[in-house]
Design a protein around this ligand. Structure first.
Ligand SMILES: [Mn+2]
Length: 247
């Protein structure tokens, strides 16, 4: 049996990333895949990128990585992008710009596809209860591999779940640094026979990790970051900031 840890949506939260990496280490898992959104939103973008590069064998691109590395943040709709981009520096931005959008491999006879939001579109966002036709798009053939996926895992929505339909499995790994379901860091462990096309048992486990939220808040306060109050509220409550505003 092989074990793979899948992390996503760190968003510059180092206390949360440290807690998750420690839990992965205690379980003696040495293969880690990151599904993107390393930087932005939180205070420690550069450190998060460096730690992910150091610990993860595969790193995919998220929509925030795209905003920061592919767009001119001064033209962006979100003015806080400029602040986050300044922390990163040219070398890290170049690294982020070149990140791939998805990765595929076999696990216990199932084709597993991992991506940030969807395999070919960083901005196609699905939720657990999205229409079936939208969910099935994540499993379609890709340009690089002429086969439908059996299992798809993604990040992006900051809410962890596992869902089964039509002989398929869809899971969201949740968010390490900015969870919007419960205020604990989330990641996922896949267990099975890696690179094997023969059917065999496998498991998908969502892990919740408590971390020092006060420390993360203190990092944010001392960083002079934009949108500070909204960020602190999200860490404490796991409620998305747009849900708090009156519309
Ligand atoms: Mn994100």
């Amino acid at each position: 049996m092989n074990q793979i840890a899948i992390i996503s949506d760190i968003h510059g939260n180092i206390p949360a990333l440290n807690a998750v990496l420690e839990d992965i280490k205690v379980r003696k898992i040495d293969k880690i895949i990151c599904l993107g959104d390393l930087a932005g939103k939180g205070p420690n973008s550069a450190e998060a990128v460096d730690m992910v590069r150091q610990h993860c064998q595969v790193v995919l691109k998220g929509n925030w990585d795209y905003y920061l590395a592919d767009e001119d943040p001064l033209d962006s709709l979100n003015p806080s992008n400029y602040w986050h981009q300044q922390l990163l520096g040219e070398e890290r931005l170049k690294y982020m710009k070149n990140l791939p959008l998805y990765v595929e491999f076999y696990l216990s006879g199932k084709l597993v596809r991992l991506c940030h939001a969807s395999p070919n579109d960083l901005f196609h966002r699905v939720y657990q209860h999205s229409a079936l036709v939208e969910l099935l798009k994540l499993f379609e053939e890709t340009p690089s591999l002429n086969k439908k996926a059996d299992i798809v895992g993604y990040g992006d929505i900051h809410g962890a779940y596992i869902n089964y339909f039509e002989d398929k499995t869809l899971f969201n790994v949740g968010s390490v640094g900015n969870p919007l379901d419960i205020p604990q860091a989330a990641y996922t462990i896949l267990e099975g026979k890696l690179d094997s096309k023969i059917l065999a048992p496998y498991s998908i486990t969502i892990v919740r990790v408590p971390y020092d939220i006060d420390k993360a808040i203190n990092h944010a306060i001392s960083s002079d970051m934009p949108d500070l109050e909204e960020y602190i509220k999200e860490l404490q409550t796991a409620v998305y900031r747009k849900k708090l505003s009156k519309e």
